[in-house]
Design a protein around this ligand. Structure first.
Ligand SMILES: Nc1ncnc2c1ncn2[C@@H]1O[C@H](COP(=O)(O)OP(=O)(O)OP(=O)(O)O)[C@@H](O)[C@H]1O
Ligand SMILES: [Mg+2]
Length: 477
């Protein structure tokens, strides 16, 4: 005989009333610390009879935030399912989209290498006593991760590192990159960094560079990111300096943007003309966040940095801005402030730079951005005209490019003139022919000029009247 619906409901009501009564007596009569001990002793007893293990990931480890907790929170935000009933949603200024977090008490089940992993977000309150005896209640949080005993190795050695790595990727994907420049809304004549969204489309795929050079740069960046421990071990600050040199329009600024997009680093564009003193420079550089690229464009002409001892004085000001002040940040003692920094200097004229900037070890890599080669041209042809593989005009173009100095920027401009690939390439061939003629003409003029200069420097023969030379045979009259 089944109990009637009324009696089943009465039994349910009386059991739940007793449970509630028991809970409120338990909470009211037993002080909080004892309650926690009793509960953890009970769960300890239960864990003996279970084939499951539990890992607790607490929000903070003493004073420091627990990185595993933050990573788990980010990772689990991507694992929500229709069964997750309560979610928290947020968006920071730097984020591209919304991000989700589990609310307290919510559960998520994940699978990794065939292992079932049950997560639960737990929140509890603790009473904290201040110095003056006053108390306040603070919320503490942790994640509980349950899995089968036999999967312990997989969880500790593979799953948790996987969660950390995934969270890092999710965070960097979600980040909006920024470019920071010195704003002129300066307070007390001091400049401050102001930022806007960096939406430069340049990437290593779109960059027209010789493949070997491109791969070398990407590998260098990857090695730099991997070697945090190495830098620490050898006593160097975790920084890398690149000097990009080459004629205008060869892609120096585009390479900086590609680096930022690849590494997901912000760019800090420092215009040295605005800096008045070393101390101002120091302050600005200390305000730069980690994971960033500091760029100083056209270092040869931004400020007269040649005189290291006297510094750069401005009229009516005794403050100084010196090259040594800058170098101190690049690789001196001040450079140890901050991690994961990249410094890029660009110049059109490497020969004009102070030798101090070129000294070995100062800029780790000198990258020559040269005129357009055939390999670089193929990248541009694919970007701008969608040409993959070969084209009937590529032979002519290769020959013409070898004898002409055209920057990738000039090539790009020509290729943009027509959407039809054949028309655009024919136009480009005529452009190259014209350019070649002009270059040849220019070369002739240059050669003539050099000859003239050489001649003007050579000592002139003096045409003195011939003295009577007694050695000469006398004319017989
Ligand atoms: N190597 C390249 N690959 C792809 N595009 C390029 C390349 N070089 C130049 N360009 C194109 O030309 C434009 C100008 O190039 P960019 O500003 O990077 O040159 P730059 O070397 O920094 O010049 P400058 O010395 O005048 O600062 C870019 O916006 C890009 O469209
Ligand atoms: Mg540039």
């Amino acid at each position: 005989m089944f109990p009637s619906a009324t009696s089943a409901f009465t039994t349910y009501a009386s059991i739940s009333a007793s449970l509630m009564l028991f809970r409120s007596i338990f909470n009211d009569l037993i002080p909080y610390p004892l309650r926690r001990h009793l509960l953890s002793a009970l769960s300890y007893l239960f864990s003996f009879c279970s084939d499951k293990q539990t890992i607790l990931v607490e929000q903070s480890d003493g004073i420091e935030p627990n990185h595993v907790f933050n990573a788990s929170e980010v990772y689990l935000g991507t694992k929500i399912s229709p069964q997750t009933k309560r979610l928290k949603v947020s968006k920071r200024l730097k984020d591209k989209g919304l991000s989700f977090r589990l609310d307290k008490g919510q559960r998520v089940t994940d699978f990794f290498q065939g292992v079932e992993l049950k997560w639960r977000h737990v929140c509890y309150e603790v009473e904290k006593r201040g110095h003056r005896g006053d108390s306040n209640v603070v919320e503490r949080r942790y994640f509980e991760l349950r899995f089968k005993n036999k999967c312990r190795d997989v969880v500790l050695n593979s799953y948790l590192p996987f969660v950390l790595k995934s969270a890092e990727l999710i965070e960097s994907e979600a980040r909006v990159l920024k470019i920071h420049t010195l704003g002129n809304s300066h307070y007390a004549s001091k400049f401050k960094w102001e930022s806007i969204k960096l939406e430069h489309p340049s990437t290593f795929e779109t960059l027209a560079l010789d493949l070997e050079l491109k791969n070398m740069i990407v590998e260098d960046l990857n090695r730099f990111l991997r070697r945090k421990e190495f830098y620490r071990k050898v006593g160097r600050s975790w920084k890398r300096g690149y000097l990009l040199y080459g004629p205008p329009g060869t892609g120096k600024s585009s390479l900086v943007a590609a680096m930022a997009n690849y590494l997901k680093f912000d760019i800090y564009d420092l215009q040295l003309e605005n800096i008045k003193s070393d101390s101002e420079l120091r302050k600005l550089l200390l305000d730069i966040a980690n994971k960033s690229i500091l760029v100083i464009e056209d270092i040869d002409c931004s400020v007269n940095l040649h005189d290291r001892t006297r510094g750069h004085k401005r009229s009516g000001q005794d403050k100084q801005f010196t090259l040594s002040g800058l170098l101190n940040f690049i690789d001196g003692l001040w450079s140890s402030c901050g991690d994961e920094r990249i410094v890029v200097l660009t110049t059109n004229r490497k020969d004009r730079l102070d030798p101090a900037l070129l000294r070995p070890g100062r800029m780790d890599l000198h990258i020559n951005m040269s005129y357009c080669t055939m390999q670089a041209f193929r990248v541009l042809a694919s970007n701008y005209l969608g040409i993959e593989g070969d084209h009937r005009l590529f032979g002519d173009i290769k020959e013409l490019l070898e004898g002409t100095k055209v920057s990738p920027a000039q090539v790009a401009e020509e290729l943009m003139k027509n959407e039809d690939a054949d028309v655009a390439l024919e136009g480009f061939v005529s452009f190259l022919k014209q350019k070649k003629m002009e270059d040849d003409e220019l070369e002739k003029v240059e050669a003539l000029k050099k000859l003239e200069i050489k001649e003007s420097r050579e000592p002139k023969m003096e045409h003195k009247p011939l003295k009577k030379d007694h050695t000469l045979p006398q004319m017989v009259e």
